[in-house]
Design a protein around this ligand. Structure first.
Ligand code: AHG
Ligand code: MN
Ligand code: MN
Length: 338
């Protein structure tokens, strides 16, 4: 039997590959691992206690907030505050960013942005949800307070990103730009153990993932591509939690789309909390991530914390193919196709 490698061992081992690594990012990643174990515990027992359901309040986007969203939000902030490596956090569940006071004399270098619970409409029905995180080095002077510019950085500046899926098993996948690795939580020892080393996304896959219920609300080029997927007998899979759909695509190949609709003309998903971190993972694994307007997600300039964007992400050949559909079928300004 191969020796088990825990997340902590792996992170520390990887740190040794960086000549100037100080261990701060290592500590931060470990703290995120701890936070996700706590969230996992609550997600798992959600069916047993009265923590399920809609909390009643609405978040800053007019969406119903569920209790576990806020629980995950609070736990992540608590763990990151205690870590000593983080000077600020921003969460999908809070309008503004949160400044974190330094612990002792230490000047914390990192800001973390996260979607505490992605796919929260699935909680009530026992379907996979997840946590998504994105880590940047602060831009501002470390002697001063963190400011909005520290958060509004392009995705290419991320130093690490990752996600946790609370599914049939709980798995944490992260990258620091040195490949993508996955760790499955072994509940018997309470440790994330290396289960998927150096993940590479297949060039193509048999799945496409889109809310096909919005078909008539999509632009013509998207509808043509979706018709093409159907003509090719691809299988439609759409969980309603992006992180779980991306997780499947990472291993089995495929494409995930959330284009602009009439309701969400700029797209629905958040650039900073969902699209950037997942784009970094997918690109690191050999995939691609662009907007429906053909910009690379990781090069998009954010102007606000809760910025939404359209996204096309997944297997490289499939994203390229969709790009061709967009170029071929997108109406030009006089309404005539190119
Ligand atoms: P969240 O639960 O964090 O609000 O995110 C839900 C997101 C994403 O995970 C999912 O793919 C998408 O919203 C589903 O939206 P539709 O119901 O509009 O398809
Ligand atoms: Mn989400
Ligand atoms: Mn969420």
């Amino acid at each position: 039997m191969n020796r088990i490698v825990t997340l902590d061992e792996f992170i520390i081992h990887q740190q040794k590959d960086f000549a100037h690594a100080t261990g701060e990012l290592t500590g931060l990643l470990r703290d995120i691992g701890v936070a996700s174990k706590i969230v996992n515990r609550e997600v798992n027992k959600a069916g047993l206690v009265n923590i399920l359901g809609v909390e009643g309040s609405e978040n800053s986007h007019g969406e119903q907030v569920q209790k576990l969203d806020m629980y995950a939000h609070d736990k992540l902030i608590e763990c990151l505050k205690n870590s000593g490596e983080v000077c600020g956090v921003a969460s999908e569940e809070e309008e503004g960013f949160i400044k974190i006071k330094s612990v002792g004399k230490k000047e914390a270098k990192y800001v973390v942005l996260f979607d505490p619970l992605d796919g929260s409409s699935n909680i009530d029905v026992n379907v996979s949800v997840g946590t998504i995180f994105s880590i940047f080095r602060r831009k501002s002077n470390s002697k001063k307070e963190v400011n909005i510019k520290d958060f509004l950085q392009k995705g290419v500046e991320q130093v690490a990103s990752g996600y946790v899926v609370y599914g049939t098993s709980t798995i944490l996948v992260y990258t620091t730009g040195q490949g993508v690795n996955g760790f499955t939580l072994d509940p018997s020892i309470g440790e994330f153990c290396l289960s998927h080393r150096d993940i590479k996304i297949p060039a193509r896959g048999n799945y496409y993932s889109v809310n096909q219920g919005y078909y008539l609300k999509f632009d013509v080029e998207m509808r043509r591509y979706i018709d093409h997927c159907s003509d090719m007998n691809l299988r439609l899979r759409y969980i309603g939690s992006m992180v779980s759909d991306i997780h499947r695509i990472l291993f089995q190949g495929g494409i995930f789309l959330y284009p602009n609709t009439r309701k969400f003309p700029k797209g629905k998903l958040r650039l900073l909390y969902e699209c950037n971190p997942l784009a970094m993972i997918v690109e690191e694994a050999g995939g691609k991530a662009i907007s429906a307007q053909l910009e690379r997600i990781l090069e998009m300039e954010p102007s606000e914390l809760h910025q939404r964007c359209t996204i096309v992400i997944g297997s490289p050949d499939m994203v390229d193919e969709l790009k061709e559909f967009i170029e071929r079928y997108k109406p030009v300004s006089n309404g005539v196709h190119k």
